[in-house]
Design a protein around this ligand. Sequence first.
Ligand SMILES: [Zn+2]
Ligand SMILES: [Zn+2]
Length: 196
Amino acid sequence: MSVETNIIKCSSCEWESSEAILWGRYSYELPNLTRVSLDRTFGWCFTCEDLVPVEDIGRIHTERDIAERNCREAEQILKQVEGSLMSTLGFNRKQITKLKQNRDFARKKLDGVQMLYNVFQSRTSPPRCLTCGESNIVRVNIPEPPPNSVIPTGFAHPGCGGQLIVEHTRFRIAMKFTQENVYSLDGKKIKEIPID
Ligand SMILES: [Zn+2]
Ligand SMILES: [Zn+2]
């Protein structure tokens, strides 16, 4: 599978990157060894001297709201179907099994997100670069350009003086992930797990 990605360039030098740097599988490992998705955004790392994926810790509030809502909805739908006349007559068994699986999945997801939320309430270390693990970073806002256009990011290319710009393209990049990058709750990389 290949996906279109915008190109990120410098207005005055040869430096170039793309939005694809955020792609991939990233997760935190919880104390119970389950993994929960790691939210990331664009940042400039002064150690890597490059545009990198960085931790987006604040997003946990939104993620928790979404997980709670999904859980509530999965429970409501299950209750409705279980309470219907057809179900009391013994129909809908397959559908109910499926809805129970959905609800269990939503609950498990919420458990993980809630655990991460609790940890982040007391986390004192700043967000890290997911490439090198240092916190020597600033977030960079990468806007979405209209079709066939280029727009500025307002971020000056460090050490160059040019500005990072985003170019809308139909450039396609193969989206095949061979590994999951697993991090500690402190944002440090622990291991890579191969994906079949
Ligand atoms: Zn430059
Ligand atoms: Zn770095």
